[in-house]
Ligand binder design. Structure first.
Ligand SMILES: Cc1ncc(COP(=O)(O)O)c(C=O)c1O
Length: 434
């Protein structure tokens, strides 16, 4: 069969009705554990000698449909779906830096990730060197000591939509024997596939455009197969483990020995999903599968509308700055043209003239936009990052990340773009009328 294209995989990938009582819509398997039939089959499944499911904290068929569909859309070898984007990020970062180490990351990232890197992960021996410009390869080169375990970045940053040069960072990381982890939540695989640009690990908040309807929390980790986890820097992948399909009388094996290039993603499941337990419920997996069926159609239209909104805001009298790297006059335009031929996504941000009062008045006068801390919904959403998604930032880091009291973030939905722009215009008028 020929290689299927993105829109075909969206609706068919990872699922076969013929294996699921002919249910055309993905079947939901709401069971905690699976019938093992007899001890011989039970042992074979537990030892990985025969395919099958044991317990839904580790794997479940409905979630497996989602994992296979996501992996196919991302051009990944495998995916693990978890209960939230933060669970995916935590699992990826701890899996790579377990036992202690350093991560290199930019300051302008999602507030939860920043807070985890700055205040939580150090409690587990994982520290971060934050940089102002993740594309400054020379600066990064100077930071890459023996203790560094990974470079981490967002492909399109939240909320300023800065673009990471994934190809350049991957080359740098690989020269030093470390992997590149990319949070690809904003563009999704529809607009950008980090693994094809050299990234080794991709994390998603599937809460956003992937599920797309603001009705579920979820996350995922995907990986390729090119990184050598047995290169000596990551003992957690080579240490012998009894959990790895050890049959009585057989010696324990390490993850690299057991799974080769899939060591990382298998370890996410075996250690982080199985032992810390952020399992995605089967109904939530189903909602994400249904959401994925229209990902390209939704995000395509939302991205076109976001560009229209950004263009409109750029010429507006009360707007002092528009952050949307999809604009043709953006400083990163060449990089966008090279890596994002379909555009950079549905999220943009801008600054209003004045202060926090104008930002508040603008938000309170919107009718079509919903004020909340989320993105990637079919409905248009608005947030003030300083009070919501980026409130964890220190005042100094907020300045570097470009988050001001006047910064407004928009996530453009599926409404008619003329209605969206009319709503923005009337809310701006109302904010400056008084
Ligand atoms: C870029 C990005 N990554 C990760 C997350 C965290 O995802 P979740 O809320 O699903 O845990 C978010 C949430 O806003 C995000 O915007």
């Amino acid at each position: 069969m020929t290689q299927e294209r993105f829109d075909t995989i969206q609706v068919h990938g990872g699922y076969d009705p013929g294996d699921n009582a002919d249910s055309v819509s993905p079947a939901i398997y709401p069971t905690a554990a699976f019938w093992l039939e007899n001890s011989q089959r039970g042992h074979a499944i537990a030892n990985g000698q025969q395919p099958g499911y044991l317990y839904s904290r580790v794997a479940n068929p409905t979630t497996a449909f989602l994992e296979r569909r996501l992996a196919a859309l991302d051009g990944a070898a495998e995916a693990v779906a978890v209960a939230s984007g933060m669970a995916a990020i935590t699992a990826a970062l701890l899996n790579v830096a377990e036992g202690g180490g350093r991560i290199i990351a930019p300051i302008d990232i999602y507030g939860g990730t920043y807070d985890s890197l700055r205040t939580l992960l150090p409690q587990f021996g994982v520290v971060t060197s934050f940089v102002e410009d993740i594309n400054d390869v020379d600066r990064l080169e100077g930071l890459l000591g023996d203790d560094v375990k990974a470079i981490y970045a967002e492909s399109v940053s939240n909320p300023t939509t800065k673009i990471t040069d994934v190809d350049a960072l991957a080359k740098l990381a690989h020269r030093h024997g470390i992997p590149l982890i990319i949070d690809n939540t904003l563009p999704t695989p529809y607009l950008f596939r980090p693994l094809e640009h050299g990234a080794d690990i991709v994390v998603y908040s599937t809460t956003k455009a992937i599920s797309g309807h603001g009705n579920v929390i979820g996350g995922a980790v995907t990986t390729g197969t090119s990184f050598d986890w047995g290169n000596g820097r990551y003992p957690q992948f080579t240490n012998p483990e009894y959990v790895l399909g050890e049959v009585i009388g057989n010696p324990p094996r390490g993850f690299v020995e057991a799974f080769g290039p899939l060591a990382f993603i298998r370890r996410v499941r075996v250690k982080y999903l199985r032992l810390t337990g952020p399992v995605l419920g089967t109904f939530d997996s189903y909602l994400q599968l249904v959401g994925l069926e229209t990902l390209g159609e939704r995000l395509g239209k939302e991205t076109d509308s976001a560009l229209e909104v950004a263009r409109h805001l750029k010429g507006h009298a009360h707007i002092t700055r528009v952050n949307y790297s999809g604009l043709p006059d953006d400083a990163q335009h060449a990089l966008v043209e090279r890596d994002f031929p379909r555009g950079v996504g549905s999220v943009l941000s801008f600054d209003l003239e004045g202060g926090a009062e104008q930002a508040r008045d603008f938000i309170d006068n919107l009718h079509l936009f919903t004020y909340l801390a989320n993105i990637g919904d079919v409905r248009s959403l608005v947030a003030d990052p300083i009070n919501t998604t980026h409130r964890e930032f220190t005042p100094e880091d907020r300045v570097i990340a470009g988050i001001r009291p006047t910064t407004i973030r928009l996530s453009i939905g599926l409404e008619n773009p003329r209605d969206i722009i009319a709503d923005i215009d009337q809310a701006i008028d109302a904010a400056y009328r008084g």
